[in-house]
Design a protein around this ligand. Sequence first.
Ligand SMILES: [Zn+2]
Length: 368
Amino acid sequence: MRVFCQDCGKSAVFDPHQFRCDCGGAWEPEESASFDKTKINSSMPGLWRYQEKFALDEIGDPFTLGAGWTPLVDMNFNGRQTYFKLEFMAPTGSFKDRGTEVEINHLRAAGIRDVVEDSSGNAGASISAYAARAGLKAAIFVPESASPAKLAQIGFFGAKLHKIPGPRSETTKAALQAVSNGAVYASHAYNPVYLLGQQSFAWEIWEQFGGEAPDAVVIPVGQGGLLMGAWLGFRRLMRAGLIQHLPRLYAAQPELLSPIKAAFSAGLAEIPELVPAGISQAEGLAIVKPVRGKRILQALRESEGGALTVTENEIKTTWQALALNGLFAEPTSATAAAALPLVYKAVGPDAKVVVALTGSGLKSPPKG
Ligand SMILES: [Zn+2]
């Protein structure tokens, strides 16, 4: 698989042991082929209907836990007809499975036996499940403060759990130490194959809209894997002439930690590290500097979308409002739904807007 470095532009064949470029930049998949819609194989389960689009010949017959092809449901939500993409219906309860299912198939085919990941919980659970299914050994580094349900889930899949005290960045440092000792970093932030899997999010929405793009997509953004997948996926559809415009992509973050909004509003090309103003209930978004910052900003600008922030109270009331409509997502996902009034203000009240509900409410249920 050919990749390029988002920072220095270097092109290479992806080697999982070199999780990033020598310059420190993240690898991104090169666009290998145009999107041929006649080659969507609807007899394959989940996201494997797009296997030909991944162009990963080494995978052969993939194994699956059932990632992808999540429902798109629409309803009147707070007075506006809104589309919700139910990513929480993934095998481990989060959108991460979309990327992980393709990534772990690829690592297994490459003969990898040991993987390391760092995560606030969802990516760790996802990697643990797929490593178990593929017969790989997994070590997962998590912040000590992560939700007990997420930690229990990771451990129950049989992964070795390392609880790291201190801020989220300390967890990444500990994982990188294990990588320098020889394990492969199965990182949802860095792995380019993971991004291939995330592109299926865009392709499914396009199919579910009958071969059209919606007007806007709102995504809660931590490292930005789903936002990157949406952008790259819709871009491929556009280059193939299958859609006429990109949906406007919106990144939603809590006010307490919004490095993307800060950089976007200041017109910067890269996202500087930001000190959190406090600890948000949107625990999956506790990223002070996304690895793919430059590309995230490019995605928002190219699609004429933007970066939006919401208060803790808005997250909380929207979380409850989702549940009162039958949708049990986690607070991290509610961050995107909470940004809807700002999105409709920008795109108009009758626009077709998709909200990604990225994780299950069972991951961090309400207290009491
Ligand atoms: Zn580089």
